[in-house]
Design a protein around this ligand. Structure first.
Ligand code: FE
Length: 344
């Protein structure tokens, strides 16, 4: 974590994601990791606030008998997971990640990303408040519900290393620890653990139910896709900058963590949606999560483990990372002028 200022201008060759030389200030020149700057600009262009979204229809529906008990429970459950996940993400960025990252342009994006995690928590609070749901129930699910708890514990188990005040990058072991943490937080937390809950919320939207809440979750998913994209770019950049870290043994470890996470996510979906919902059943969730897990592995150059088709093709229209780019290119202006968000 070099923070000493020198009188030499930075040399682009010494700029690295971790263990770089010029992290004394956010010195953007000469820029090396341009993906981070692009992500920062995309994040700004997609800026949104929960309170811009009307909740009147959701409020009326929530007070009416037109939602079943199962639907209400599924909605609260998904929300309960999101509240935990976004706080874990924010803590990781601010309390651990930021200080170890030495690329100034990556730090710029981490600042933007942290704010987005706060906006997401704001959205959950806005939804809970608007609908008159017991916020304590939603925000405490990670303590009280085993399915939530096991996912949260899996992630928090990786905090110990890089959260420790005495942890520094710069040794083979610690750099691998950092890279492992990045894989867990980006690929697994942001890239796998959100997705069955996203699917449930878009199930509501497809039925034209709770559309204000669902629209907020769409914005959140767009932000999370960008976070994931950035995480993947960081992983791939570290692989180039410090190829020795990407050993066979390390690749096996990451692959097995992703497989374990897919199982945890599948168990979660099965436990919290035992009867299925909106035509999505246990088998569908399992296959969907496996499909997503394979995509995450491929993105960092690891072999697919499941080779299954996407059983929820309508989700890929909304969350497919390759379409994400299209989305930014074609929709940004519309959002900036206050239009609503349509997924194609
Ligand atoms: Fe995130």
């Amino acid at each position: 974590m070099p923070v000493k200022m020198t009188n030499k201008r930075p040399n682009v060759n010494n700029r690295r994601i971790i263990n770089g030389e010029d992290a004394d200030v956010v010195q953007l020149h000469p820029m090396k990791h341009s993906f981070a700057w692009d992500a920062y600009l995309a994040g700004n262009a997609n800026h949104w606030l929960p309170t811009e979204i009307a909740m009147q229809d959701d409020i009326e529906l929530w007070k009416s008998p037109r939602l079943s008990d199962d639907e209400r429970l599924a909605f609260k459950t998904a929300l309960g997971f999101f509240t935990t996940a976004d706080s874990i993400a924010a803590n990781n960025l601010v309390l651990a990640f930021y200080k170890h990252v030495t690329s100034p342009e990556c730090r710029m994006y981490l600042l933007r990303q942290s704010f987005e995690e706060a906006i997401h928590t704001h959205a959950y609070q806005y939804i809970v408040e608007s609908l008159g749901i017991d916020g304590g129930e939603v925000f405490n699910m990670y303590r009280e519900n085993t399915a939530h708890n096991s996912k949260a514990n899996f992630i928090l188990g990786f905090n110990e290393g890089i959260f420790d005040d005495n942890f520094h990058t710069g040794t083979f072991e610690n750099d691998q620890k950092f890279l492992e943490n990045l894989c867990v937080f980006s690929l697994i937390l942001e890239g796998i653990f959100f997705y069955s809950s996203f699917a449930v919320i878009f199930g509501f939207q497809r039925q034209n139910k709770l559309v204000g809440s669902a629209e907020q979750i769409q914005y959140i998913m767009r932000d999370e896709s960008q976070h994931l994209n950035f995480g993947i770019n960081m992983i791939n950049a570290i692989k180039e900058e410090q190829p020795e870290l990407w050993s066979d043994e390390f690749q096996k470890r990451i692959t097995s963590l992703v497989k374990e996470a897919a199982k945890l996510e599948y168990n979660y979906a099965q436990q919290v949606f035992p009867k299925g919902i909106f035509g999505m059943n246990a088998d569908g969730f399992k296959q969907y999560i496996e499909h997503i897990a394979d995509r995450r592995l491929s993105a960092i150059g690891l072999p697919k483990q499941f080779n299954v088709k996407n059983p929820f093709p309508w989700m890929s229209e909304a969350v497919d990372l390759s379409k994400e780019k299209n989305f930014f290119e074609t929709r940004v202006t519309e959002y900036q002028t206050g239009g609503t968000l349509n997924w194609e």
